[in-house]
Design a protein around this ligand. Sequence first.
Ligand SMILES: Cc1cc2nc3c(=O)[nH]c(=O)nc-3n(C[C@H](O)[C@H](O)[C@H](O)COP(=O)(O)OP(=O)(O)OC[C@H]3O[C@@H](n4cnc5c(N)ncnc54)[C@H](O)[C@@H]3O)c2cc1C
Length: 385
Amino acid sequence: MKAVIIGAGIGGLTTAIALQEKGIEPLIFEAAGELTTKGAGILIPPNAMAVLDQYNLTEQIQSMAQPIQAMQILNNHGQLLSSSPTLHEYQGQGFQTHAIHRGRLQQILLSKVSKEAIKLDYKCQKLVFRGDQAIVDFQNGYKQAADLVIGADGLRSKIRHNLFHPRSPEKALRYSGQICWRGIASIELKENWQHRLTEVWGRGTRFGFVQIAPGEIYWYATQHQKVPFTERVDLATLQKTFKHYVSPVQDILASTPENKLIHDHIYDLDPLTTWSLNRAVLLGDAAHATTPNLGQGGAQAIEDAFALAQALSASRSSQSDIEKAFTDYELARRSKVDKVVQASWQIGQVTNLSNPLACYMRNTAVKHMSKRMLQRSTKQIYAWP
Ligand SMILES: Cc1cc2nc3c(=O)[nH]c(=O)nc-3n(C[C@H](O)[C@H](O)[C@H](O)COP(=O)(O)OP(=O)(O)OC[C@H]3O[C@@H](n4cnc5c(N)ncnc54)[C@H](O)[C@@H]3O)c2cc1C
């Protein structure tokens, strides 16, 4: 069976690994000319760690990442509002969240995919179905026929546009009203900030940070922004915006090189009616991009990869077999993904609040949230399979 994957992000690479394990040889086409080690950090939560363990990646991740024991939320004066442990057990085996540089995670995933299976500088432009094949056209003029095509090409997926929104590709995107900056700071944090992800909530702003390697801190900052704007915000402006934040926020910003600042407007995807059509299926952000408030977007793509490979493992190349596998995959994944997208959206909206009374009430509610309630919601999110 010839399986083509569009996109070599977290979702595409993990899918390639998962298919290889099932004896299906994938071919990945990636728009970028090289897979660089740029980018900021990422959290690999226990549900993603448990999947990656199936592919014997735990040791490699542990050697390049920092284990995180807890995720805590503080108010901007530094008072603790909530703390939740990240350890979760799967059939008696415990997995913990790990924080890692995105580039390092990509290298780990790449190390499991054969070099011949990845074609760089192939930007997909069009997908058509002809007879019993799917045919992908690339910008460089190349055409590839396949039994099935997996669109793992991210939030602004070309495959999704081709399948479901040919006239208005932006239609499915939802703007969260939030701008996000990310960076990597070179700084040693005091012991009490290590091995935990700390998020500080202010009024319409938020600052999160976590150590990803000794002396290397991944941080992100968000600000409520009703309408997306294009001008670049420099570090000095961010330092002003977060000047009233608890230490070490200012030290982290001051230790970040300006050229390492990344900024994005945060979008997710309005849930699609279905993730597949004919011989093509969507996966990861292409199918269900979520806001980053739960640190679960990449993890959901990783869970998708496992489920899709599982569904395809017993499949032949006939259209009915492939369509059945796609239906089984979506059935296995849909309800969890929808919950994650919805919960993450709500958290984002709550952190957008800027009215002092609303923020006071929000912080009080978070502080008094019962341990059991917190445990129940993390249990649902970390559940796998
Ligand atoms: C600020 C922020 C913080 C986040 N933090 C976390 C976190 O801590 N934990 C977590 O699990 N998730 C996190 N996420 C979400 C996570 O980054 C995404 O969910 C994840 O990267 C999705 O992977 P993907 O492979 O589906 O898509 P992508 O990572 O977007 O990869 C898509 C790939 O497809 C390629 N591509 C695009 N178009 C084409 C084309 N036409 N032809 C060929 N190739 C194409 C792209 O170049 C890219 O390589 C965060 C997201 C943001 C924005």
